[in-house]
Write a protein that binds this ligand. Sequence first.
Ligand SMILES: Cc1ncc(COP(=O)(O)O)c(C=O)c1O
Length: 459
Amino acid sequence: MLDVRRIRRHFDFPAAGRVVTNNAASTQPPRELIGLYRELARSYENVHRGQSSASQRTTDAFEASFDTIAAWINAPSRRSIVTYRNTTEAINAVMYSLLTEFRDGDNVVTTLMEHNSDFVPWYALSREILPRLGRRVECRLARFDHASGRLDLDHLADLIDDRTKLVCVTGASNFLGTKPPLDLIRRLSRDSGYAQPSGENGSLLLVDGAQLVPSSPVDVGALDVDYLAFSFHKMLAPFGVGVLYAKEHLLEASLPFLYGGDMIATGRVSPDRVDYNDLPWKYSAGTPNILGTIVSAQALRLTLDLVQGGRPSWFGTERPIPWETVASCMGTVSRHTAAMTELARKRLRDVVGLRVYGPQPGVDRSPLLAFNVDGFDPFWLADGLNEFGVESRAGCHCATLAHRDLGLIPPASCRLSFALYTNADDVERATEAVRCLTSRGRRRTRARADDAGARGQRR
Ligand SMILES: Cc1ncc(COP(=O)(O)O)c(C=O)c1O
């Protein structure tokens, strides 16, 4: 059980009366992390670029952050961790790194339930970039079941063949809430028969973990994924840092996405030859988001303290984190957010004309509910919720393909999403506001219809 009341004391939003139920977009930062930025200013200096004590201290903290991030997803070491600005940039980095490897006639398989971040790069690769280089590469899209939100695994299996270089799939949909079975998808991609340039057999597997990593334990070793991307602004940290995990041999063999300073082996640049730095710094061209990376890694440590309660023992340290600790902590977060999601679903059950998209109750899903109510514009609903102090999101949530596939015109829904600090009161207020808005809206519509009828009779 999470002590949510205690956890909320670390944040500013409850005192402001905000009902924060738009956590799938971004979570709120605990006060400690904002304070940490200020504290880091005392030894503010660049990394790998100075001999001062300040630079050494900042470099040590920065490098240790990669160990923390690796531990969080049970990666073998920091050598598999690359930081970018966000999930989107991390996925683009994979696309640019693999660009030269695609052969004429290859394909990429992704799904209709992806966030645009995991579709548009593959669209651009296959429709715009590679055709200019004279290579034809197809981007294939696996369907999902409209009623259950389940990924159509038979269709996915049909699309994957021995020319599938890469399979890209969300770990948890930010619209439907679906969590595709990654173990099965791993098997399908491994057995594709594609011959990688490394001599390995099988398609690579990229998982968009933007919603998965913030809401459950993710063990990259057990999942055997080749790439995993996620963003810290959905995991309590401030904006600006995302992660690409990749298997070490892939990072060793691939071309970097960005070139320049610090990603080269010290002194080994000449007009005719450039040698790259050791992993993971081969992928950190230019001055990185130093403070953001340190604060993001500390956000993970703070999450452990928030969940475990008692005396803080992880935040502000560089103690190695055992995987079991992360798994247990994120298991607790996952159970709590699942309970909040189910509570919201129950409270919305009697709203006339409401349709929640994605899996039925009881099926493991992302902690969010996207819905529409017959006769109501989702933007009108979200604006109305805001007037009740309830923060939601209306739109396609960048899951444009799925909205269109469901035939939603406009391609939009209203979404409530939950985090470890969500309490039952937030859920009650949010769902009560939906009920209130829709019944008030229906009363007004009826009154207008009655008025029009009365005027018609008078005439
Ligand atoms: C499933 C999914 N993928 C990718 C992204 C993109 O994340 P970012 O905006 O941090 O790049 C999001 C953001 O909402 C998401 O939910």
